[in-house]
Write a protein that binds this ligand. Structure first.
Ligand SMILES: C[S@@+](CC[C@H](N)C(=O)[O-])C[C@H]1O[C@@H](n2cnc3c(N)ncnc32)[C@H](O)[C@@H]1O
Length: 233
């Protein structure tokens, strides 16, 4: 169970969001539609969405892969960060979530930039990999992993077949209220732990974790740079 959110975390998030984020009627409408449709409130926060969008812009990303769409809130922010002709492919297992996301993205005028694929990510990823390997589709510049945590190690393997050298992979919810350090943690904790070990063992990868507190409680992101050559120590 997540622990209570310290009111200071929420207040500080809102204080910065008030100052740094522009009004986002489409984002607010998406969150309201998600709630009305009974989706879990597992979307990134507005400031976290801005962080993802900033990373996409800093990378000059044209192709983004997202694993875990929910109602399309993070998808929306990443899609807006793309240049003309850019595309985000987003994978969602739950048809109800995908339907709500499609409506949200359509209402936000972003449908043309989003390729929403419904089905388990492990079933969608091979086709994406075939397209990239055949040169039919460009490799991805940024991958955002935000779905079922037990599958994170598998998602890492697929991501590494799908990205260009210099790409960035971001995984959400790696801290899990501090539970990541529990060797007897649940399947999600085990997924994050195995994912972390896999990242650490791969000489092509340079990674760090940013622990976060805020309106979403206590959690964190792993950020991974995929180097062209083995990573320096
Ligand atoms: C944390 S939510 C995603 C939140 C979203 N990225 C955002 O910030 O707005 C995780 C989503 O992953 C989906 N999911 C879970 N298992 C999946 C799988 N095997 N393949 C694809 N999507 C999956 C869930 O249905 C849920 O909608």
């Amino acid at each position: 169970m997540p622990s209570a959110i310290d009111p200071r975390w929420r207040d500080v998030d809102l204080w910065f969001a008030d100052r740094l984020l522009p009004p986002d009627p489409a984002g607010a409408a998406a969150l309201a539609a998600n709630q009305a449709a009974g989706l879990p409130a597992h979307d990134v926060s507005p400031l976290q969405a801005r962080m993802l969008a900033l990373i996409a812009r800093m990378l000059g990303a044209r192709r983004v892969l997202e694993i875990g769409t929910l109602g399309g809130y993070s998808t929306m922010h990443l899609a807006r960060a793309l240049p003309d002709g850019g595309q985000i492919v987003t994978l969602e297992a739950d048809p109800h979530h995908a339907g709500v996301a499609a409506a949200n993205l359509d209402r936000a005028g972003l449908a043309a930039r989003v390729d929403l694929r419904v089905g388990r990510a492990v079933d969608s990823l091979p086709e994406l990999a075939r397209a990239v390997a055949a040169g039919v589709a460009a490799p991805f510049d940024l991958v955002f992993i935000d779905a079922d945590k037990p599958s994170n190690p598998v998602y890492l393997d697929w991501a590494l077949t799908l990205v260009r050298p210099g790409a960035v992979i971001i995984a959400d919810n790696v801290v899990r209220d501090g539970r990541v350090t529990d060797p007897d943690g649940d399947a999600s904790v085990q997924g994050v732990r195995a994912f972390t070990d896999k990242v650490a063992a791969d000489p092509r990868l340079t990674a760090t974790v940013l622990q976060t507190v805020g309106v979403k409680g206590y959690d964190g992101f792993m950020m991974i740079l995929v180097d062209a050559a083995p990573a320096a120590p």
